[in-house]
Design a protein around this ligand. Structure first.
Ligand code: F6R
Ligand code: MG
Ligand code: MG
Length: 368
């Protein structure tokens, strides 16, 4: 049967250069990316694609039948990012090629800088998916909404109403400091789960599966963190894929989890806590103190691998109050200036210049 085929949905993203500074993205680079992926579609490598950006990050959304972590698909993404970087260099865009950490492609983009979220599934009778993309924050930003979506009946009514969901969900969690993973079952292990994922700088939810049949429900990008686990606690501007409806949380239940602008790590210099503001595509240009952090949601119906969409899911006045609240919280946090908890604790500012400041002061410190 045509609709029994396993489809792979790959979202691969990178910051290839900002316009202006780190706040937005130049349209000429979007055209280059579209052209590259269009050629791949014509050749039959891809079934379909959509190119989009959030803040200064370029996201390649692709469907194909090659499975996760496929060399051809990853190489296509890598070559697209390098082509965009070349043009970014010509325009002297800011931080051109920022996320391309290696010179040559070696089989997978994992560990080379770009972020990856991929899932394989057999397309259902109707297949609604939402792709979330964030800027100026880290993968830990998804922990709270993922718990609300798949673990909290006060958010997701279906958890107690829909018989497909009452058994609950399995959360796969990565310890980025130790480079180890654990699977926890919700609701029965929800206190253990919360004990871990409440520590958003260390434990990241990587995927969620429906317990009764292990159907994949959500995947988040954390690869970059996992590969450099043990020392890296930087910000990834993560992406996430969530499948919705018919035995999974409804579109509106998934989006409801973003109606509270929770505090996330990132913002200016990746070194500050700030509210995550859900915005329509055209408002994903963080300018105030390089923020506050943004999230956009692109909704698609997948039809035989074709991406029908996107629909701009946060382009709804129902999220106006959330945005207003986020602005109030942003103002409140900003008034703390260089003080915690607006500024992150020292150990989470590794890639900023602060450790060098401490190094300089070393000689001036006297034993008490
Ligand atoms: C945060 C981010 C920006 C930069 C800041 C300083 O993720 O990208 O807030 O950290 O604009 O950038 P540089 O050091 O490139 O001048
Ligand atoms: Mg940037
Ligand atoms: Mg970014």
């Amino acid at each position: 049967m045509a609709n029994e085929k396993t489809i792979t949905l790959s979202v691969i993203k990178a910051d290839v250069g900002g316009f202006v500074g780190h706040c937005s993205f130049h349209p000429a680079l979007l055209d280059i990316a579209k052209e590259k992926l269009h050629t791949a579609k014509e050749k039959g490598t891809l079934i379909d694609f959509h190119v989009i950006r959030c803040g200064d990050d370029l996201e390649l959304i692709m469907t194909h039948e090659k499975g996760c972590d496929n060399k051809t698909i990853h190489e296509l993404a890598w070559n697209t990012f390098t082509a965009c970087t070349e043009h970014a260099k010509e325009l002297k865009l800011y931080g051109a090629g920022q996320d391309l950490l290696k010179d040559a492609f070696t089989g997978t983009v994992k560990g080379m800088g770009p972020g990856v979220a991929e899932m394989e599934f057999i397309e259902r009778k109707s297949e609604p998916v939402i792709i979330f993309m964030a800027d100026k924050t880290s993968s830990g930003a998804w922990n709270l909404p993922l718990y609300k979506i798949f673990g909290d009946p006060f958010n997701t009514a279906g958890l107690i109403i829909d018989t497909s969901m009452v058994e609950g969900f399995c959360f796969n969690v990565l310890d980025v400091k130790e480079g180890k993973s654990i699977t926890l079952f919700c609701p029965e292990e929800s206190y253990y789960l919360l004990a871990l994922i409440g520590a958003t700088d260390r434990y990241m939810v990587t995927s969620v599966l429906r317990k009764k049949d292990k159907e994949i429900a959500a995947v988040a990008s954390t690869e970059r963190l996992s590969l450099i686990a043990g020392k890296y606690v930087g910000k990834d501007d993560p992406v996430m894929i969530v499948r919705c409806q018919a035995g999974l949380p409804a579109v509106g239940e998934v989006l409801e989890a973003f109606s509270f602008p929770h505090l996330v790590q990132g913002w200016m210099r990746g070194s500050h806590n700030g509210p995550l503001m859900p915005v329509p595509f055209y408002e994903a240009n963080p300018t105030r103190f390089d923020g506050p952090p943004r999230v956009i949601a692109a909704g698609f119906q997948i039809a035989h691998g074709r991406l029908i969409g996107p629909h701009d899911m946060f382009d709804d006045p129902a999220f106006d109050e959330t945005r207003t609240k986020a602005n109030h919280i942003a103002e409140y946090m900003r008034r703390h200036g260089p003080f915690q908890p607006h500024r992150l604790p020292l150990e989470e500012m590794e890639y900023t210049t602060l450790p060098h400041v401490l190094e300089k002061l070393k000689e001036k410190f006297k034993k008490e």
